[in-house]
Ligand binder design. Sequence first.
Ligand SMILES: Cc1cc2nc3c(=O)[nH]c(=O)nc-3n(C[C@H](O)[C@H](O)[C@H](O)COP(=O)(O)OP(=O)(O)OC[C@H]3O[C@@H](n4cnc5c(N)ncnc54)[C@H](O)[C@@H]3O)c2cc1C
Length: 520
Amino acid sequence: MPTLGAQSRVDCIVIGGGHNGLVCAAMLARGGRSVLVLEAAAGLGGAALTREFAPGYQVSAGAHLLHLMPADLLSDLNLSTQGLEWAAQGLPTTALIAGGAPFVVGQGLSAADAAAYTLYTARMRRFAAALVPILSKVPPRLGTDAWADRLSLLRLGWQIRKLGRRDMRELLRIGGMNVYDLLQENFDSPALKGALAFDAVLGTNFGPRSPGTVLTLLYRLAAESAAGSGALSQPKGGLGALCNALAKAATAAGATIRTSAPVARIVVEADRAAGVVLESGEVIAARTVISSADPKTTFLQLLGARYLDAGFVRRVRHIRSRGLSAKLHLALNQAPQFQGLDANSLGGRLLVAPSLQHIEHAYNHAKYGEYSAAPIMEITVPTINDPALAPAGGHVLSAIVQYAPYTLKEGWHDGRQLFEKLCVDMIESFAPGLRSSIVGTELLTPVDIEREFRINGGHWHHGELAFDQFFMVRPVPGAAQHRTPLDGLYLCGAGCHPGGGVIGIAGRNAARQVLTQGAA
Ligand SMILES: Cc1cc2nc3c(=O)[nH]c(=O)nc-3n(C[C@H](O)[C@H](O)[C@H](O)COP(=O)(O)OP(=O)(O)OC[C@H]3O[C@@H](n4cnc5c(N)ncnc54)[C@H](O)[C@@H]3O)c2cc1C
């Protein structure tokens, strides 16, 4: 282990310049700490970056819609003064139906479904609002005598209690259910049920019949509730522009950011984190190290099992972190012509999830190491609202595609081409003539996502968001409050509570933990 030189020392090193690392750095710098962000990639943003994928065509290469970041975080960091602009806000969600007319979700329903939809959305919004404090706070520790933990638990209980008896009972009833049963109870229209279930399984290793999918849906709704309007937004310049604004907020507060600076190891001295060694061999000392890399990477690769007890290492090894979401990017020389779509809908979010059964079938393949024969998709055409992302007249199509298992039976080297063709065929079935306008393509499988964004397993949430990897046990017991078993080492990425999505809460809460615990 190299000895740390005193010449290069900061209060806090943040590993990773994804959005959570940047939020964390900005908050720490504002709190008076000297902060150094070390990002392995040449650009900032992690899984929320904008980059070129075909000559002249830019895309949000991971996340492509912003809808979860709390409004108070955006305003606290003053991102509008740091260059953040909107290409579009309040985007509609439209369900594409094979052989039928597309419909904006929630509109054009039968009288019975329309009435049920009003009741359902109002109830789910009430539940989501009650869950906001759970989502946005550092989870309390279980079984301690500390008043802060007891108070925090009491507050959470009170938040649920405030719902009143009927809602409380209903929340308890549905909380552990699967979204399939919930939607079957409420609606008739297969297409509506498919569209609503999509949000419960997006980014997960679940189908609608998997236990815990009401939880994942409520989680998303709670984050949208904290975001204010819950509206889907598209930053001008893609998600990378949001991260550039976060980086400006961090540097304006005094943080230093270095890209192309991969961390090879976390240095331990006197039983605490004391700095890092870069892959270049450079050693940098710090009183606190905060990692936004996923938990497996942080603990097993950067720190090393020998600094942790065996039980903790076993829990980290068992984190389920294999992604099932792929990303397809198409460079087009003209706008795609989706049948029956108006210009407003084309600029919004398009879903291919025609029924609960369809989604469940699509998921079934993934259980056996196969990609879905008829995948489900979230499609955007960001250039409708932000033409500068493509050459004049050109367009970008960005689609999240499920299910594409990390471990494909035949391997992605052999399976990639057929899967890409399958996805393009499916999109073309809604947008005839699409193929003839394609001038460039890129498919990111979970294995590509792992490599490009350095996320072990290529998972959207850095680790499955499920009951056993959730809230007070996320990512694992012993590291659920952003602190880790090693003094001076903290976590701030999507692997922590409240999980993935471009949300920033993990970064903010980790900074608060460092600042209040006086570790630096
Ligand atoms: C295909 C896909 C589509 C998605 N779509 C959406 C969406 O539309 N909307 C949404 O809200 N969310 C979406 N998500 C989820 C969202 O992108 C992620 O959950 C979120 O970006 C994670 O942010 P983070 O800052 O916690 O981690 P990351 O973005 O993963 O950042 C971690 C950073 O750490 C760096 N790093 C790792 N190891 C090292 C090292 N050793 N040294 C230095 N740096 C290191 C990485 O390079 C990376 O930049 C999507 C995810 C995927 C995969």
